[in-house]
Design a protein around this ligand. Sequence first.
Ligand SMILES: CC(=O)SCCNC(=O)CCNC(=O)[C@H](O)C(C)(C)COP(=O)(O)OP(=O)(O)OC[C@H]1O[C@@H](n2cnc3c(N)ncnc32)[C@H](O)[C@@H]1OP(=O)(O)O
Ligand SMILES: O=C(O)CCC(=O)C(=O)O
Length: 390
Amino acid sequence: MSENKDYSRNKLMDQLNLPPLDIEICDVTLRDGEQTPGVVFTREEKIALATELDSVGVDIIEAGFPVVSVSEKAVVKEIANLGLDARTCCLARSKVSDVETAVDCDVDFVSIFIAMSDLHLKYKYHKSCAEMFSCAMEAVQYAKDHGVGVRFAAEDGSRTDVEVLKTAFRAAEEYKVDYVSIADTIGILNPSTTYYLVNEIKKTVDTPVCIHCHNDLGMATANTLAAAEAGAKQLHTTVNAIGERAGNASLEEVLVALRIQYGIERYDTTKLTELSKMVNEYSGLKPAVNKAIVGEHTFSHESGIHVCAILEEPRTYELFSPEMVGGKRHLIVGKHTGMKALTGIVGDMGHELSKEQLASLLDRIKNCTETKHGISPERLESMIKETKQH
Ligand SMILES: CC(=O)SCCNC(=O)CCNC(=O)[C@H](O)C(C)(C)COP(=O)(O)OP(=O)(O)OC[C@H]1O[C@@H](n2cnc3c(N)ncnc32)[C@H](O)[C@@H]1OP(=O)(O)O
Ligand SMILES: O=C(O)CCC(=O)C(=O)O
């Protein structure tokens, strides 16, 4: 087998003998992502994002929640009619009027949701589970009668009694819903409980299961993958992990993990950095510098021990190549720079310094307190010139 230069495969996965994952990605950036406080995507931005998500190979694009506004409905309909390879869906409450609006948008399926947790029934709906379920099935029937697919979603599914969830999904199956969905709405799950919950539901229904994870405990990506291992078919993601509160499972993290850990290579990960930049620009939300996959530091290295190895073989300290995700490598010069790194960097900048000059430059760099954020290429250039003059 030829050596893979793009990434290091997690070979420990071989020890687990997992069956291959049978998954699809439903990206919800345009719906849950836009629910991030203060975020609004324009029509043009939504269309640009849908087109880019499609070119990544995302299987389903959740285009929006049509009853939110007239312009929201219009753009959901426009995206559904763009002729993308991805299927489209949108959100609807368990109300026939919401589903009527969704059906009018020409989406492939509508996600009809209710919460069946005690907290939501008592404080949000002030109705019994049976009453809410009946509203949901009326809405499901309406969609089915109009030839539109249905995802029946249990909002707050992770805090819903498991037996209640099973009974509801079993009953929804009678209405021929196309998917049942478990939402970890407030991000309470961990990988073990996610696996348990999905496995329980898989034992109960034959209908494909979806998982929608929030990141309140920083586990959304891990939980999404645990759900996939337990047999969840549809995995929900957002670009840059945006979404309610701490956000959702990150598209870029899930796709790269699927490739490296599970051998799923059909998504075009080279577009992920560009997609992240688009969401950054349109949402006004810059990912943290240490955000996995798309953060500014993903391929930035300062430590001498790391850089001296990277100069020979980047895989020593990079799990995957910048090229694999459309990113760029940056070698940072600062307090932690070593001699090999400095020699390489100075050479790459087109300069030749003697051993003594390099040692003197390194000493200056290590003791330079003028900046806390590394030495910029411009500052380094002038330091090199100063070193040459001495
Ligand atoms: C977990 C999630 O992400 S759910 C999706 C959250 N997304 C949003 O809320 C999108 C933005 N929301 C909006 O623009 C508005 O809230 C709308 C258009 C959806 C509804 O607006 P309004 O009609 O003014 O209702 P309002 O927001 O005040 O209250 C929500 C109502 O929906 C009801 N509701 C909430 N979820 C559901 C559901 N799944 N099925 C049926 N009814 C529901 C609430 O009980 C409440 O009913 P009430 O008006 O009888 O008390
Ligand atoms: O499961 C779904 O499709 C949507 C539910 C949702 O957005 C949530 O509960 O956070």
